[in-house]
Design a protein around this ligand. Structure first.
Ligand SMILES: C[S@@+](CC[C@H](N)C(=O)[O-])C[C@H]1O[C@@H](n2cnc3c(N)ncnc32)[C@H](O)[C@@H]1O
Length: 249
């Protein structure tokens, strides 16, 4: 089995464990999500929640009056999301599917979200670009695409950059990209999962190629501290919010 397939299987298995299903069943929006969703999602509009997990964001959005479609690559997550939505008494259209190849019509959603770093579970730069192009295709013009990633390029005095330089050299002739890693922690439950941390510069370049205009790029901790975002956000540690808009043809 090749590296891409192996790491995709890891993601599906990692998010299928009971530990993971329970972890992602904690329903509710973060402060930043509350703010950005209210500011940018069309009130009462049709929202596609990709990598919806067990419904953490789909359920509150449905309660706020949005018409939500939740999509996830892991069948067990979708099963759990349906149970959680029934318990919360909301109606959501949940489906199993891959962000890289969305089975929806062109121009059918007002806005799309891909929350909690979920785009980072897609294997390979070209597949992450494909996902953005697919998202752009299924969205209406002027719609917003909101997502987060961790920052690969954070500045911690230089240690991270030295590590990345080492990865660049050692992975030169391998399918493994700089930023790919595997982890086994409380959110998975005893088995390895794959993740890719993204460079903000790569993300911005791909967004442009996929037909999006970047409106805001802000580290979550800066948002919480009320700090205005600037160029240094590209080197700040932690989760980063990207707010984008589909550019007209
Ligand atoms: C970190 S979890 C976040 C779950 C949810 N968005 C939340 O905030 O609680 C990442 C989710 O992305 C899903 N995922 C990973 N790769 C995907 C893909 N290619 N297409 C759709 N969903 C994917 C995983 O199955 C998992 O449910």
């Amino acid at each position: 089995m090749n590296y891409r397939q192996k790491t995709k299987d890891m993601v599906i298995k990692g998010f299928s464990t009971n530990v993971s299903l329970d972890h992602y069943s904690e329903i509710g929006l973060s402060k930043a999500e509350e703010y950005y969703f209210k500011k940018y999602l069309k009130p009462g509009g049709e929202v596609l929640d990709i990598g919806c997990g067990a419904g953490r964001t789909s359920i509150p959005l449905a309660k706020h009056g949005y018409i939500v479609t939740g999509l996830d690559i892991v069948p067990k997550m979708i099963e759990r999301a349906r149970v959680n939505a029934d318990r919360e008494n909301v109606s959501i259209n949940f489906a199993v599917g891959d962000a890289v190849d969305l089975g929806f019509d062109t121009d059918c959603f007002d806005d799309v979200i891909f929350p909690r770093n979920s785009i980072e579970y897609i294997q390979g730069k070209e597949n992450r670009l494909k996902a953005m192009q697919e998202i752009n295709r299924v969205m209406k013009e002027e719609g917003h695409f909101i997502f987060t990633t961790m920052n690969l390029l954070y500045f911690d005095g230089g240690k991270q950059w030295v590590k990345l330089l080492g990865q660049k050299v050692s992975r030169m002739f391998s399918e493994k990209e700089v930023g790919d890693y595997t982890y086994d922690h409380c959110t998975v439950g005893g088995i390895e999962n794959f993740q890719h941390n993204c460079s903000p510069f790569e993300i911005k370049e791909q967004l442009k190629k996929a037909g999006f205009e970047l409106i805001e790029h802000c580290p979550e901790n800066w948002f919480i501290e009320g700090k205005k975002t600037n160029f240094l956000a590209n080197f700040s540690k932690g989760r980063q919010y990207y707010i984008t808009k589909k550019v007209g043809k």
